[in-house]
Design a protein around this ligand. Sequence first.
Ligand code: ATP
Length: 397
Amino acid sequence: MDLITVDNLSKCFRIYPSRRHKLASLFGMESSKHCIHKWALKQISFSIAAGESVAIVGRNGSGKSTLLKLICQTLRPTEGQITVNGRIGALLELGIGFHEELSGRENVYISGQLLGMSKQEIDQHIENIINFSELREYIDVQLKKYSSGMQMRLAFSVATALRPEILIVDEALSVGDAYFQHKCFDRIKEFQALGTSLLFVSHDPLAVKTLCDRAILIDKGIMLADDNPAAVLDYYNALIANAENNKISIDEGVRSGSGEAKLTAVDIFNENEPAQVVLSGSKIKLRVSYQIMEKIPDLTIGFLIKDRVGNEVFGSNTYLLQKTPPFVQGGQYQVVFELPDFRLAAGSYNISVALHSSYHHLSNNYDWWDHAATITVISEQVFAGVVRLDTQYCELI
Ligand SMILES: Nc1ncnc2c1ncn2[C@@H]1O[C@H](COP(=O)(O)OP(=O)(O)OP(=O)(O)O)[C@@H](O)[C@H]1O
């Protein structure tokens, strides 16, 4: 039997020019011609069988959260139907149903009841919830004193206090620290082994491949693919790569910064030759050219390499390398970062560079150049993951 059936589902939001117009519409005093109709989802159909785990992937604003909210019935469809057979445990936006002024414990009761638990069930499980969240010391402290990671711990612990037939998780896990994320994934896998279906929104390809046996790709509210995770992620990557290429040709990457120092060029060299395509494991040089416009107290030059889906692969800066680049006012300089053993997996990567002060670009960001350069890696060796680590095989007899 299908646990979830989504049939020809569409959702249209009305966006009003002002609160006055919106209020008037609630009392039937405003005609709909004054509002913009925004179709967040159009004619989506799929079903999820018991025990299946399905990822919803797509770019920002593609309609993923809207779809989950419709399935959880916190939104109503404009057209189409959703049938759900089974208890849902949902972790949607962080802190849904949470009240900042109330304590963690009080929020457990409110949020638990919103998830369909009775007060008796919450009484029975509150100790487990507190134990799992590892927030005993803070449980009677007001929620506004919690970090977002602590709120996530509490929200996940409540949503999974009882094993649901369908567990719905919308990105929230990315807020938590690595230790708690592992704990959440373990619980999700435990539930899956017991027959829980998972509906999971994530931008993390590894999590999608690990947790799901199927993926659905949504773009601009339209369902583009429903297939195995590897095939759908390939499609998704191609979509992003297309958008990236278009973006780069239009504005050559996103720039920000106060302007006291300016990046003028970023060039890649492979074995001393300018290159855009490099062999995994070869020697790469990243040459950063910059100009010091005004007097600055100190200077750090940094770079960050990201893969096509935006995962940070590697970054470093002159502060971490304990080097001080030249920064005399009016000077034009070039520095080179040498990466003698660039062992990334085959694929396309983009490089962002920044001029700032001290360790982090958040203090005195002089110039930040997102997507300053793109590099394609080809590899003769096949391996899993993003980086080839030295591996030795030993036989113990
Ligand atoms: N309450 C709302 N009123 C008006 N427009 C909305 C509302 N909620 C969502 N939208 C719009 O609907 C579209 C889909 O939004 P949604 O949040 O579902 O996307 P998403 O895929 O979850 O994005 P992200 O990955 O950034 O979370 C977006 O264009 C968004 O601006």
